[in-house]
Design a protein. Structure first.
Length: 500
């Protein structure tokens, strides 16, 4: 019998009642291993109601109580790293070491949330006028929702809900229906750590669930990570309903390689950043911009390394890259490779026909490397979200920056050079939210914030770090004047101790 992933509402598993289910496949075999319940509007209402009821007490709980739960939660997550990673591999397909890395990056934000006591300190100014003080505090919002993508089924949820609940909110998580099981385990472990029922809820579903959360009057804020078209929709819809929104969209991350760069290091970085996690990450490098005469040598070095990558099932310790999430996505990625050739690119490596012996029905695709790609090519313009690397040629640093800044995306970017002056210019001139200098995937550590510019972010706040705390709280300023006891009328005892 096919396993069913149900909702987690009010601290317990709740079976789906809509009668609608979605298939969950093992990407390495192509077999449907699980079905996931898809929520109805009524089930959305039930999850939000559970979160709203829990907020009545969690929202006024002490910081000591919240951090005690979070410290226990961090310990449980640490102890169950392998179990969480195994669920990710089984449903997403990424190799186990990559899945473990995902859990580790999510744990960074749990650790940040454990220190929420210092993040929520307010400010005080005394004597702004005669006997007048002004103080500011940050308070929680209420019920907040998170809508997360398939490519990081544990990490991205952990970028959201630990900080949200540490700030005193309650949370409804709508994970991807393509790989839903990790989210349930995260919620179960939170309950085991002592998180009160209803503070964290997991609601599975499709557009019905998403729209239900975006339109629900009791949801105060929405966090989202996914593609740019959906991020734009989430932002427009939730904002129109008066909600606070942070919606992180897609990317086309460029890596500028200057003639003075260490080409071996640049090639290593390009292969790691383009093909790691099968290219299914918003911080993947998908376009290398080679400056000057180094293009041929750089492409040769990338090809040499890419040809050695071993592709296989994620639970095989010798595999370095796994399959794509679905067969439909595999076919879409492959279409960009064949399309690029028709649009004038030189196909240095074509991974579209790749299969793995014994797993012929898996969602396999090999590594593709496209050289001399035009900026008019679909393979350049679109976010492919697969193991396809485009190489573009420019004559100068200025040409490279101009090309990169012309992109509608502005998520992450990198420069490879030995020249500190060039690197300094680059970090100031490039129009992107995250910059790497000889670092191909510049994902900030947990106590800084993650987010892009332009069509890579909709809303005013980046995710996690200080921006995350500010997103999940709102400021309040109090101006106070108290009478001085010396001015009290004669005979009134204000209770001050007397010296005898």
């Amino acid at each position: 019998m096919t396993k069913t992933v149900n909702h987690w509402i009010g601290g317990r598993t709740v079976e789906g009642t809509s009668g609608q289910y979605g298939p969950v496949t093992d990407p390495a075999t192509g077999a449907v291993t699980t079905q996931v319940a898809l929520a109805s509007v009524e089930e959305v209402d039930a999850a939000v109601a559970a979160a709203k009821a829990a907020y009545a007490t969690w929202g006024t709980s002490s910081l000591a109580q919240r951090t005690a739960v979070l410290f226990r939660y961090r310990a449980l997550l640490d102890a169950r790293r392998d179990d969480i990673a195994a669920l990710i591999t089984a449903e997403h397909g990424k190799v186990h070491s990559d899945a473990l890395g995902e859990v580790a990056r999510g744990l960074e934000i749990v650790e940040l949330a454990c220190g929420i006591t210092t993040q929520l300190k307010g400010e005080l100014s005394t004597q702004v006028s005669n006997r007048v003080d002004v103080s500011s505090i940050r308070q929680s919002l209420g019920v907040v929702a998170g809508i997360t993508p398939f490519n990081f089924p544990a990490m991205v949820p952990m970028w959201m809900f630990p900080l949200a609940i540490a700030c005193g909110n309650t949370f409804v998580l709508k994970p991807s229906e393509k790989d839903p099981s990790a989210a349930n385990l995260l919620a179960e472990l939170a309950s085991e750590a002592g998180l009160p029922d209803g503070v964290l809820n997991v609601l599975h579903g499709d557009k019905v669930a998403v729209d239900g959360l975006l339109n629900h009057p009791d949801v105060a804020a929405v966090s989202f990570v996914g593609s740019t078209p959906i991020a734009r929709y989430i932002h427009a819809t939730a904002s129109a309903n008066g909600k606070r929104v942070q919606a992180l969209g897609g990317a086309k991350n460029h890596m500028l390689v200057l003639p003075d760069a260490d080409l071996d290091a640049a090639a290593d970085a390009a292969v790691s950043a383009a093909y790691g996690s099968a290219g299914e990450r918003c911080m993947a490098i998908s376009a290398v911009v080679a400056v000057g005469a180094i293009g041929d040598e750089l492409v040769a070095k990338i090809r040499e390394r890419a040809e050695k990558i071993k592709i296989g099932p994620g639970n095989d310790p010798t595999s370095e890259m796994g399959p794509l999430i679905t067969a439909a996505h595999r076919d879409k990625v492959a279409s960009y490779v064949t399309g690029a050739a028709a649009q004038g690119a030189e196909v240095v490596l074509d991974g579209t026909g790749h299969t793995v012996e014994g797993f012929e029905d898996g969602h396999w695709i090999g590594l593709s490397l496209l050289d001399k790609v035009s900026t008019d090519s679909d393979a350049y313009k679109d976010e492919i979200f697969g193991p396809v690397l485009c190489v573009l040629r420019v004559e100068s640093y200025e040409d490279g920056v101009a090309l990169m800044n012309a992109s509608p995306f502005g998520n992450g970017t990198a420069i490879f050079t030995r020249d500190g002056g060039a690197a300094r210019r680059f970090q100031l001139e490039i129009q992107a939210g995250m910059v790497g200098v000889n670092v191909p995937i510049p994902v900030p550590v947990g106590y800084h914030s993650f987010g892009g510019w332009k069509d890579s972010l909709f809303g005013d706040h980046h995710i996690y770090g200080n921006d995350g705390v500010h997103f999940y709280t709102r400021g309040k300023v109090t101006t106070t004047r108290w009478p001085d006891p010396a001015d009290a009328p004669a005979g009134v005892d204000l209770g001050f101790p007397r010296n005898h």
